[in-house]
Design a binder for this molecule. Structure first.
Ligand code: SF4
Ligand code: SF4
Length: 372
């Protein structure tokens, strides 16, 4: 399967966004999957997920302690270095503390473009959360309209909801094909697609995913059976494509992932009837929760246990960015809950980019050997 164009885009996101600007497209950068792409697309702009830098972190260290995660430090580095100057604006949601502080530091130190904070509810299971969230999203849309100098119609919103739903549907289909026949699509390619989904033109994404599903789908009839060394990867934002290869090289097989730029992106489609803003709010309230949000004490553990069972995973490998507190706080209870169901787990703490893999490889090999 050839994803050459998407590979180029992922390897040079700023060049790609610069080309879009030259073609007259407005580009809006955003941190974290709790920003509603639908609203940005409906406003005629291109949403670009900020995923940290590939260029080494120097400037950001003057503003953020080295014990902030490499994602937040990398995003700031791109802003301070001037690479982010291509952005017409940025959006930061209230999720983890690091992203909230990143927003403040960006506002004070990175010049140019508009700056919006999206103050989402933390507790998602209260009666007032939905009303509040719908209000916040409506205000966000009018802020976007003002900043971009456009008016968004309900038809624009419906079209963007259809587009993002189609991407979710196709990604889910591709995950299912790979789950049935892992040999058809390398894990690193799947990860490449997931990264590209946040950067590339969304119509190119739809086109590429449709082609991939058409090419691979006919061959995908077999069911994956449960296996000790079938691995479910879990964590936050993952920029480490090597992790798929490392698991394979250590003798395991990644059957699914629960990353926020992976399997957690597509599980819940948007409702397409009624008010589109309310549909976006409902999706945020019902989607698989990230540890920066709260919807009951066992929600996340229940999700992981069900996912591992459904996908025939014998073990879970957590991939956390170093110094990510929300995920680190969640880990002990998730591990204990998985153990109660007989599912062992391993925690890998990584940085982006991943340092030479020797230590991770050894830990994975030891873990997978133990699964025998
Ligand atoms: S893990 Fe949660 S807070 Fe962090 S980037 Fe993903 S969705 Fe956002
Ligand atoms: S990795 Fe953790 S600390 Fe960093 S942005 Fe995501 S949730 Fe926040």
């Amino acid at each position: 399967m050839k994803f050459d164009r998407l590979k180029e885009i992922v390897e040079d996101p700023w060049g790609t966004l610069g080309e879009m600007k030259e073609r007259g497209k407005k580009v809006v950068g955003y941190a974290c999957s709790y920003v509603p792409e639908e609203l940005i697309i409906a406003a005629g702009a291109h949403p670009a997920r900020l995923t940290g830098t590939r260029e080494g972190i120097r400037l950001a260290d003057g503003h953020l302690q080295s014990y902030c995660c490499s994602l937040v430090r990398g995003i700031l580095e791109d802003g301070l270095s001037g690479r982010g100057a291509v952005l017409d604006g940025v959006v930061f949601p209230h999720t983890c503390d690091s992203i909230q502080r990143l927003s403040d530091i960006w506002r004070l130190n990175v010049k140019g473009g508009f700056h919006l904070d999206l103050v989402l509810p933390v507790k998602l299971d209260t009666d007032s959360a939905r009303d509040y969230l719908v209000d916040v999203l409506k205000r966000f849309l009018s802020d976007l309209e003002r900043a971009l100098g456009v008016e968004v119609s309900e038809a624009d919103l419906r079209a963007s909801c259809l587009l993002t739903n189609e991407i979710r549907r196709l990604l889910h289909e591709l995950y299912m094909i790979r789950w049935r026949r892992p040999e058809l699509l390398a894990g690193a390619d799947l990860h490449l697609l997931n990264r590209a989904v946040g950067i590339a033109d969304r119509n190119l994404i739809v086109e590429t995913l449709r082609e991939a599903v058409a090419d691979l789908g006919a061959d995908g009839a077999r069911e994956t059976t449960k296996g000790n060394k079938n691995i479910l990867l879990a964590g936050g934002m993952c920029s480490t494509p090597d992790i798929f290869n490392l698991v394979a090289e250590a003798g395991g097989r990644v059957v699914w992932d629960d990353f926020c730029n992976g399997g957690r992106m597509f599980l819940e489609p948007l409702r397409l009837d009624g008010d589109p803003i309310a549909a976006v709010a409902d999706r945020f309230l019902s989607r698989v929760v990230c540890p920066c949000k709260h919807r009951g004490l066992t929600d996340r553990a229940n999700h992981l246990k069900a996912l591992a069972t459904e996908r025939g995973a014998g073990a879970v490998v957590f991939v956390h960015l170093k110094y990510c507190d929300p995920h680190a706080f969640d880990f002990p209870y998730l591990k204990a809950e998985l153990e109660k169901t007989g599912i062992p787990s391993l925690l890998l703490e990584v940085e982006d980019p991943l340092p030479p893999g020797a230590q991770i490889r050894t830990r994975l090999e030891a873990f997978l050997e133990m699964l025998d």
